[in-house]
Design a protein around this ligand. Structure first.
Ligand SMILES: Nc1nc2c(ncn2[C@@H]2O[C@H](COP(=O)(O)OP(=O)(O)OP(=O)(O)O)[C@@H](O)[C@H]2O)c(=O)[nH]1
Ligand SMILES: C[S@@+](CC[C@H](N)C(=O)[O-])C[C@H]1O[C@@H](n2cnc3c(N)ncnc32)[C@H](O)[C@@H]1O
Ligand code: SF4
Ligand code: SF4
Length: 603
């Protein structure tokens, strides 16, 4: 049975908004009431699958599909600094599985699909997925949206639109290229601006929205600059409240409530007026008379919109997630791979939807330790002035100013807890010595380090399993005969870590509790001198090592050794095919806890 949802333009202001976001004219209220009545009438005529209606009578006609866990940026608010462990390739839904599920959801009443990630544009065959989704229009699908960071969009946008993409949300948190690198931990600001231009001049797109996550002390100084963009661009700029997810160092003090931003904008633009929202929209819309575009506030934290929630999400590894903030998931992938029928699949979806909570927990109570990081779910003061304080160049080439340092970067301090440029392993006689840690307290400590080996595409394909073209090549057979690169390198890293005091002369022997090492193949656009393919992609393996112990001194040397040995092992295993082209770099401590000097995180 096909359950079709009523279709009409919904321009209903929400009723449960923060008071300062709420006022609107009597006329708008009448129009809204009329539209509501029309929707109720049409809904009554066309049944909606009960599987998509939850116990609070919310109808879920909006499906967000995460197409990948991978991303070519590393936004600090979205993923932990040590990265995320990716699902093995075989766990990710195939194109056919995505389309089968999308078809089932659309025939049950979903009218809107949004593709997200990770970064959806890094998914192979995205055009074809959009084209196949577009074929679901006769079943009731009305719009195909995508949320993207825009890094690799400008070249392919036309083709996405030709295949059926109708709505584009572009994420860009800053208009300052330096700050962009700090927030995303990658270069590429220019490319995103090019994508924005391409989107605004694409006649096929029905809407272009700009997502700006506002972080106190980082980009809140740019709010009025973003508002200015709406003067002559037909764009909706949405200011998003910073939300907590596993590993993103959320802090209430860094989140600026939407109402505060609205106050700030109203002071500069007193004539600002409330604009109609689309039904179930996450954003409250406002408009400045005379501006072509509009602005919106997504206040997920300070003033949630759960009562009108119509969203379901499908993670890249095929789990249905009924709420962004609920860690519960049900694997549709496993059932499909067991050969379940569509009817049983729909029942399973129905049971998950029935379990949906009324709303997310309060701001302080959201359990961020058990939910996924945002990247795996799919979904500050006057402009930083270089006059105020001289920017500093960090070792990774990032510019930081003094205001940002307390929020995002704690500098190392010496064992005495004071900032001290003295070399602790050189004694007063100028000779090498170990640091006497006898008087220090035993504390629980951890350190995470990471590093990267850049490799050519052919080697990347070989170890990630997409190397059919090289199957017969002797050098490749030799490299392969050494075994699974990832497993061997992981073991080598763990063993290397345990030998740290034998390798580094003045290191203390420590009793290590745990060593965890991950190796992640990545390909993305970078400005490094490593060889890239014809699309400008650079291929690398990132090694991350986390070590914990209880002791009188830290384990950062152990974490660094683990990473270095892991990367050297990848080199050894690949040298037959890529020896002269590989580069090892970016070895650094990214996170540290415990000890007198306290916690440290490097962005
Ligand atoms: N609480 C909550 N916030 C959400 C949800 N989906 C998206 N958001 C918020 O909306 C922001 C922008 O997400 P987008 O991917 O652009 O999606 P959207 O705003 O729903 O997109 P539209 O289809 O244009 O309404 C995210 O950063 C979240 O803050 C949701 O289901 N629940
Ligand atoms: C997870 S991303 C995935 C799609 C794509 N990679 C992108 O960045 O647009 C979807 C949206 O979530 C937003 N987001 C990520 N982490 C967030 C957080 N902690 N709080 C609020 N929004 C967040 C991003 O800014 C982006 O607009
Ligand atoms: S917000 Fe988007 S671009 Fe940034 S790390 Fe997350 S998935 Fe990638
Ligand atoms: S928090 Fe959950 S219930 Fe609330 S709007 Fe988001 S997905 Fe819907």
């Amino acid at each position: 049975m096909n359950y079709q949802r009523a279709r009409c333009i919904r321009l209903i202001p929400h009723s449960n908004r923060h008071v300062s976001l709420r006022y609107h004219s009597q006329r708008t209220i009448k129009t809204a009431e009329k539209a509501k009545a029309q929707i109720a009438h049409i809904d009554a005529q066309r049944p909606f699958s009960p599987a998509l209606v939850d116990s609070f009578q919310r109808k879920h006609d909006y499906l967000r599909i995460s197409l990948t866990e991978r991303c070519n940026l590393r936004c600090f608010y979205c993923m932990p600094s040590e990265g995320v462990e990716l699902s093995p390739a075989g766990h990710i839904l195939t194109d056919d599985e995505v389309i089968r599920l999308a078809t089932l959801f659309v025939s049950s009443g979903v009218t809107k699909i949004r593709l997200t990630g990770g970064e959806p544009t890094v998914r192979r065959g995205l055009e074809s997925i959009i084209r196949r989704l577009n074929e679901l229009r006769p079943l009731g699908l009305e719009s195909i949206g995508m949320t993207t960071n825009g890094l690799a969009l400008h070249r392919r946008l036309n083709s996405y639109v030709e295949n059926g993409l109708t709505h584009l949300n572009l994420s860009l948190d800053t208009l300052d290229p330096f700050k962009f690198e700090i927030m995303t931990r990658r270069p590429g600001h220019d490319a995103v601006l090019r994508s924005l231009d391409a989107a605004l001049s694409s006649p096929g797109l029905r809407s272009v929205k700009l997502n700006v996550v506002v972080i106190k002390g980082l980009n809140d100084s740019e709010v009025l600059d973003f508002v200015k963009l709406t003067a002559n661009k037909n764009i909706s700029v949405r200011f998003i409240e910073f939300m907590p997810f596993t590993g993103n160092k959320w802090d209430k003090a860094k989140m600026i409530p939407s109402s505060q931003l609205l106050d700030q904008i109203s002071r500069r633009y007193p004539s600002i007026i409330r604009a109609p929202d689309e039904l179930n929209d996450t954003a409250r819309s406002w408009k400045i008379p005379g501006h072509v575009g509009s602005i919106g506030f997504i206040s997920s934290m300070s003033d949630h919109f759960c009562s009108s929630c119509n969203r379901l999400r499908l993670t890249a590894d095929g789990q249905i997630k009924v709420c962004l903030f609920d860690a519960k998931e049900v694997s549709l992938r496993d059932e499909m791979r067991r050969g379940v029928s569509d009817a049983n699949l729909r029942d399973l979806i129905g049971r998950a939807v029935q379990g949906k909570q009324e709303k997310h927990a309060g701001m302080e109570d959201i359990n961020v330790t058990t939910n996924r990081p945002m990247i795996l779910i799919g979904d500050t003061q006057p402009r930083m002035s270089r006059m105020r304080s001289l920017p500093r160049l960090t070792t990774r080439g990032f510019l930081l100013d003094d205001q940002m340092l307390p929020h995002i970067h704690r500098r190392w301090s010496s064992s005495s807890g004071q900032s001290d440029p003295r070399l602790t392993h050189i004694g007063s006689d100028g000779r090498p010595c170990m640091v006497d840690v006898g008087s220090k307290d035993i504390t629980k400590r951890s350190a995470t380090a990471s590093g990267r080996i850049y490799i050519p595409k052919s080697a990347y394909d070989l170890i990630t399993g997409s190397d059919d073209a090289y199957g017969a090549d002797e050098a490749f057979q030799k490299a392969r005969s050494k075994g699974d690169v990832f497993t061997v390198a992981q073991l080598a890293a763990i063993m290397g870590c345990k030998r740290t005091p034998d390798l580094i002369p003045l290191c203390h022997p420590l009793q290590i509790f745990n060593v965890s090492v991950t190796l992640t193949p990545e390909h993305d656009m970078r400005q490094v001198s490593s060889p890239s393919d014809q699309n400008g992609l650079v291929y690398s393996i990132k090694c991350t090592g986390m070590v914990t112990c209880e002791g009188k001194t830290g384990v950062e040397m152990e974490a660094l050794t683990a990473v270095s040995v892991g990367l050297l092992t990848v080199w050894d295993m690949l040298k037959a095919v890529a020896g002269k082209e590989m580069t090892i770099g970016e070895v650094m401590v990214t996170h540290k806890t415990g000890g007198k000097s306290g916690d440290f995180t490097r962005l």
